[in-house]
Design a protein around this ligand. Sequence first.
Ligand code: MG
Length: 408
Amino acid sequence: MEEQQKDELLLMRITGEDRPGLTAGIMEILAKYGANIMDIGQADIHNTLSLGILIRVTEDNSGNVMKHVLFKAQDMGVNIQFSPISEADYNNWVSRQGKNRYILTVLGRRVEARQIEAVAQLIADQGLNIDSIQRLSGRPSLDPEKRIRACIEFSLRGNPKNRTELQDKLLKISKKLEIDCSFQKDNMYRRTRRLICFDMDSTLIQTEVIDELAKHAGVGDEVKAITESAMRGEIDFKESFTKRVALLKGLDVNVMQEIAENLPMTEGLERMMLALKKYGYKIAILSGGFTYFGQYLQRKFNIDYVYANELEVDDEGKLTGRYVGEIIDGRRKAELLRLIAQVEKLDLEQTIAVGDGANDLPMLSLAGLGIAFHAKPKVTANARQSINTIGLDGVLYFLGFKDSYLDV
Ligand SMILES: [Mg+2]
């Protein structure tokens, strides 16, 4: 009876200056000896190659494989190391691969070593492994004036020891070191997010429209005081809204057009909207402000859904101080996000919400990815992630966009 051929597992680590044809040259030898590729990974950073190949080859071929690959490596001027792997080690390694994966995104105006130090220390303290690190932003210019944003993404493996503590510490690091962080589970939902819901006032635009209307109606100070108190979550949104709208009574509706045409847009708004549209995201404005302005932005950026509040107008074209229909408050925003997701046949995990006010918190916690944007402290403290250092296009990094996908 013929004796059965035994197989060996062999790990090859190849490092050195990258050369065209290196991978093909090694594979040609492995193919000749009928090797199976059990695992392979390659990274090329600053023209330095690191290639790992785990092969399975018959025992009587393994010596020849090592000899020929070694000659090839010498020819090409790269280093090579061989390590035999036992079956037990291999099975142990395979069983560890099921661990959870996370993505930690760090962004800011610039990235400094002290920021990465703090983040990397936290990752280690939480018992997570860094699998890879990549830069999502373009290469920074040496001219400090041109450094407008920087973003680094960590791919992590393992289970955080304490998720709440991790979030708290990230928030503290962010505040202290002027960065923004997002910690997300790395799964298919993260890669297939399709619906993004925005608050309007102080998120897409740099003002509260109701304050602008109030200025024109001569009741600016009274309305502003109520708005601020509502956004800090001190008084009920519905109550404050009704009070403020009543103060607008008698205002000519024609001022709305003038205000709309002069709305101060938030930094990064256009860049973000163009990218979201181009890559097929459904976009919604869910606003406790007014439909007139939501629809103005809808036309400008081709937005799919707008839900906001409608001001009642009398026969002479003056505001009556009342509103029409159901008021959009925090609870309603979350409800609308859920409904739109249903209409678009999406899992809630595939949705994103972005907002700054206390009335955005319900939708921020319901969405798969909730981002507090230059938000009030209470909102930032309760959101999973926030952006405070850069403009709205920072949202794109949390979705995994790279500058190289966008700036072509
Ligand atoms: Mg707002």
